[in-house]
Design a binder for this molecule. Structure first.
Ligand code: HEM
Length: 521
């Protein structure tokens, strides 16, 4: 049977009406979405969400609607924000089988080329044969608590180099943290010894991470809400994002390849140092006879190693920046921590991983809790329709865990959560209170929880203990001798950093200076 064009049009209209009627019937019989602000046509709640510190606005909405779970429509995307530990436990942890996907990132993954980064991969068997799970498996093996012990010598060496750099140019402390984080990750992952200045491997990765910071917040670019825009030609008015994406793509694509090729060449020349890359490559070559399988495993290894820099460097730098800020603002905490270190370590050596100093453990937990690096964690997505507390959570919903709200909840972490109080983590006899929920919400949830969390905590712990053992951090004073208060400001985005502030970082004594100078040949 052949239809005329007018019959075709009528058929389309009738089908459209039928579809809308069925959809509206189905929707009306469904349970409601969690409460949230009423949106505008088309854009929904886009204007209800501020461009910075969204986590505070979400906490306010939770109070207003008297619900720890709220929903928003962001230009067509349903977004559900979980503002409590109980909601996160019930959904992202207990139902992790269906709450571990990521939303699509058309700009970041599609145009800028971060599709190789496990943090942004879709989750589940539907997605390229459980590609994400295969990546996570390698990460879990290499960063499980027992494997992390292998990385300690590098963490110790990098910390001691950091102390030396603090002696030379304390005002550049953020730059030194960046160098230290790069040194740890490039050495453990690839066996690369970084240069003291302008290291080319750090340089590529930092440029790629800048692209990630600019595009990681879904919604920063219109193409995230209207994915068809990715097909718009570059010369089109308003398509500047495509030119920018093409520029970023070059460095994002180079990031996994350049250091990996370095290891391959070093192995061929017999000069490769021990690293995750060299150990896993050896295993791959021993086990697999099949070229295709070998190639497949190598691609996963290459992606995973690069993702470690992508996910581990900036996060460590941010936590250490928070530590310097807290020590500047809370001198009495610094004094207590130094006394606790002196009592265990003395003054004749630098701290080591074996030192048991609960007050420093408490400072570390407080750093992670007080100013979480990713206040909204990374967005999850749900792969099946679900119901929570009588509310409908439709398949495809973007699920955001408000880590900030959770880590500032006084019901979990005790009073005055806006203040830096390490004592909240301690029992009366000065031990870590193991009954209390730890600071793990800072590392995400369920099956997407940060695989590098053990390594990250040890890197930050040894840096914190070593800095406090050897340096005093204090407020700078202005020309009239008045102390300069740090603004306490942070950048706002997927990842937040404290904006470096002016402060004094001076060796505690001449003996401390000599100890640092003798620590690295
Ligand atoms: C203080 C330092 C760190 C913090 C605060 C941190 C925090 C996080 C958070 C919040 C997530 C998202 C979890 C979720 O989606 O629920 C994450 C994911 C991830 N982190 Fe970390 N991280 C840190 C250090 C590291 C380090 C050192 C590494 C690697 C050596 C690493 C590797 C990763 C990877 C690969 C992912 C993606 C996991 C996935 O999507 O399945 N992180 N991290």
């Amino acid at each position: 049977m052949v239809f005329s064009s007018s019959q075709n049009a009528s058929l389309a209209v009738v089908s459209g009406i039928f579809y809308l009627t069925v959809r509206s019937y189905v929707t009306s019989r469904r349970k409601p979405l969690p409460p949230g602000p009423r949106g505008l046509p088309l854009v929904g709640n886009v204007f209800d969400v501020p461009k910075t510190q969204e986590w505070l606005a979400f906490m306010e909405m939770a109070r207003k609607y008297d619900s720890d779970v709220i929903s928003l429509n962001l230009a067509g995307d349903t977004v559900i924000v979980l503002n409590s530990l109980s909601a996160v436990d019930a959904l992202l942890e207990d139902k992790s089988a269906i709450y571990s996907d990521r939303p699509p990132f058309p700009m970041l993954n599609g145009l800028v080329g971060f599709h190789w980064h496990v943090a942004f991969m879709r989750y589940g068997p539907r997605w390229k044969g459980a590609w994400c799970t295969q990546h996570r498996k390698v990460l879990m093996q290499q960063f499980q608590p027992s494997a992390v012990l292998l990385h300690r010598p590098v963490e110790l060496e990098a910390t001691r180099v950091l102390l030396q750099r603090f002696l030379d140019s304390p005002a550049k402390y953020e730059k030194h943290f960046r160098h230290m984080a790069g040194m740890i990750i490039l050495s453990t992952a690839y066996g690369i010894d970084v240069l003291p200045e302008d290291d080319p491997h750090i340089d590529i990765s930092e440029k790629a991470l800048h692209a990630m910071a600019c595009t990681g917040n879904r919604g920063s670019f219109l193409v995230d809400s209207l994915p068809f825009l990715k097909y718009v030609p570059e010369f089109f008015p308003g398509a500047g994002f495509k030119k920018q994406a093409r520029e970023w793509f070059k460095v994002v694509d180079a990031m996994p390849h350049v250091p990996y090729d370095f290891v391959k060449k070093a192995r061929a020349a017999g000069t490769a140092k021990s690293s995750i890359a060299s150990r896993v490559l050896e295993e791959i070559e021993e086990k697999s006879g099949d070229d295709q399988q070998q190639q497949h495993q190598e691609v996963i290894l290459r992606n995973v190693l690069s993702a470690c820099y992508g996910a581990g460097a900036d996060t460590t730098v941010s936590s250490l920046g928070t530590f310097i800020l807290a020590m500047t603002m809370y001198p009495e905490v610094q004094k207590k921590a130094q006394a606790a270190i002196d009592a265990v370590v003395g003054s004749a050596r630098l701290p080591d991983f074996q030192d048991d100093i609960p007050y420093v453990d408490a400072v570390l937990r407080e750093v992670l809790r007080w100013r979480p690096v990713t206040p909204l964690s990374l967005p999850h997505a749900v792969t099946e329709d679900d119901v929570y507390k009588g509310y409908h959570i439709p398949v495809g919903t973007v699920v955001v865990a408000n880590a900030w709200a959770i880590l500032h909840d006084e019901a979990t972490y005790g009073p005055r959560t806006d203040e830096f109080i390490p004592e909240r983590w301690l029992t009366e006899d000065g031990k870590i209170n193991t009954e209390m929920r730890d600071a793990s919400p800072a590392f995400g949830f369920g099956r997407r929880i940060c695989p590098g969390r053990d390594m990250a905590q040890w890197s930050v712990w040894i840096s914190v203990a070593s800095i406090l053992a050897t340096f005093d951090i204090s407020k700078s004073v202005d020309e009239k001798g008045v102390p300069i208060e740090p603004s306490g400001e942070y950048t706002s985005g997927l990842l937040c950093y404290p904006i470096p502030h002016q402060c004094n970082i001076l060796p505690r004594s001449e003996a401390a200076r000599a100890l640092i100078q003798s620590a690295v040949p």
